[in-house]
Design a protein. Structure first.
Lengths: 219, 290
């Protein structure tokens, strides 16, 4: 896709449940309008950028929720560090929002009910999940891009996410690389990589919609 | 007619049409996920085939990228190997973390060597390194205590790791049409970023004023006209968008609350900047004497 058409192409859509469409036929019963239940990220580079935008929205919303009501057992300096993490993720989120313009997916409200925000351990465990997932997602997303400038910009964000992930693991006093770096085989020493479908599945419980990645490039 | 040249020219104009014609997705993609796992052992061979194709088609740029990467991995691998073999004291659990990092760097060397070998390229010989920066005693040492003083060791480690992250990032656009090679490079890039961050964490534990990410607030550990290229241009506070006209953020956008200065610092932290191959080679050469 050419650079100029990137921003002009039709973007992502929030669709009503496909059940509605399936119900259309001889039956003339009109269903009441339902709230949207699926969200398509769109095609081509727009789809990939929306995928990154979705993940950055998720991370920014998570850190904001931590800051809104920090766990009482946060150690000295950790609130300041989480403020920095929140700021980075808000910057990433706003970056993709501007990049996508009118093709951007809407702002989502996430379901964080599975996270224990009242304890440091609960917050750090969730932060580790989000950051490691983000790093693996960017590792797998680069090859889906076809515009050099976009690839370089995404690379600039990817390594910052890896730094965040390392920071959270140190706060947890966790193994610095377990489950993040391949330990055996031909890819030993390379970071974990995940496809959009794998990432969306792993994070599905946080999303208010079923996220459709079927239109994203696969290579 | 040179069909390879034609395809390369076409790719420069329209990557999509190039893809349709050439089926460039590579050896591995055609195997599918199951096939990929089954042939894991043969992967370097398959990667080499991809690299060989790329080399034949696009002059030496992809090969140059892998050669640069191997030089940097030789550098890092040898650096940690010598540190671990020295009599330097590693406080706390740091030796075990450095051992893991050293293992990764050796694995990166092996991966890149296997890829280059399978492509039919000659593997560049490992240079001779002097991590004091004295060029084997022929010049004043930059870091005389690099393997005696843990703090000095960590400073050099941070410079090397942050350089590695920037160098890989500077090469991703060269690999954009070679999906398998690009993904491998990004996966190594992310591991180098984790290394850099953990090294920075070890420096924090020694009370250094440094963060896990590159910040304008970090204490300066570079030497003007010697190592300052490591962070040159790293803390820019706006990003040129792919339209090559507009910047993020726009001059009127208020992304964060806080002072203008603090917002600019956060914007610099949130993006790691790439480095040219020339800059990376120049930094590496400080520690190479033959």
């Amino acid at each position: 896709m050419r650079r100029r058409s990137f921003f002009q192409a039709a973007g992502a859509t929030v669709a009503a449940s496909t059940l509605l469409l399936a119900g259309c036929g001889d039956d003339t019963t009109v269903e009441p309008a339902l709230p949207p239940t699926t969200l398509s990220l769109g095609k081509g580079e727009i789809g990939v950028a929306n995928y990154a935008y979705l993940l950055e929205q998720l991370e920014a919303a998570f850190y904001q929720k931590v800051l809104d009501s920090p766990p009482s057992d946060f150690l000295a300096g950790e609130l300041a560090s989480f403020t920095e993490l929140r700021d980075h993720e808000v910057i990433h989120r706003e970056f993709f929002k501007q990049l996508l313009g009118t093709s951007a997916i809407p702002t989502l409200e996430f379901n964080f009910s599975s996270i224990t925000f009242t304890t440091r351990a609960g917050v750090l465990a969730a932060a580790r999940t989000f950051e490691d997932l983000g790093v693996a997602a960017y590792n797998g997303a680069g090859k889906l891009l076809s515009t050099k400038a976009t690839l370089v910009l995404v690379g600039k964000i990817a390594s910052v996410e890896a730094r965040h992930a390392a920071f959270i693991r140190d706060l947890l006093q966790a193994d610095p690389f377990a489950d993040a770096v391949e330990t055996t085989g031909a890819f030993a020493g390379l970071g974990r990589t995940l496809t959009p479908a794998q990432v969306i599945e792993a994070a599905a419980k946080f999303f208010p919609y079923t996220i459709l990645v079927s239109d994203l490039p696969t290579a | 007619m040179n069909i390879l040249k034609l395809l390369a020219d076409l790719a420069a104009v329209d990557p999509d049409s190039y893809e349709r014609i050439s089926g460039r997705r590579g050896v591995l993609a055609s195997l599918g996920q199951t096939g990929r796992r089954a042939v894991a052992a043969a992967v370097p061979l398959a990667f080499g085939a991809v690299l060989q194709k790329a080399y034949g088609r696009q002059s030496a740029t992809v090969l140059d990228t892998f050669t640069l990467a191997l030089t940097l991995e030789y550098l890092e691998s040898e650096f940690y190997k010598q540190a671990l073999a020295s009599s330097m004291t590693f406080p706390g659990n740091t030796r075990s973390v450095i051992q893991l990092i050293a293992k990764h760097e050796q694995e990166h060397v092996s991966f890149l060597q296997a890829t280059l070998t399978a492509s039919g390229a000659v593997i560049p010989a490992k240079p001779k390194f002097d991590f004091t920066g004295s060029k084997n005693g022929t010049a004043p040492a930059l870091y005389p205590a690099v393997f005696q003083d843990f703090g000095t060791f960590l400073k050099v480690a941070q410079l090397l790791e942050d350089t590695g992250v920037r160098a890989y990032k500077g090469q991703v656009d060269v690999l954009i049409t070679e999906n398998d090679l690009l993904e491998a490079a990004l996966r190594i890039h992310a591991v180098e970023a984790r290394h850099a961050a953990h090294i920075r964490g070890m420096r924090r534990a020694l009370k250094a004023n440094v963060r896990y990410w590159i910040s304008a607030k970090d204490e300066v550990i570079t030497t003007p006209n010697v190592t300052d290229a490591v962070y040159a241009g790293e803390n820019i506070d706006k990003q040129l968008l792919p339209d090559l006209v507009t910047f993020f953020p726009t001059p009127t956008t208020q992304i964060l609350t806080g002072t203008k200065e603090q917002v600019a610092i956060s914007l610099g932290e949130a993006f790691d900047e790439p480095m040219t191959a020339a800059a990376a080679s120049s930094i590496a050469s400080l520690f190479i004497y033959a």
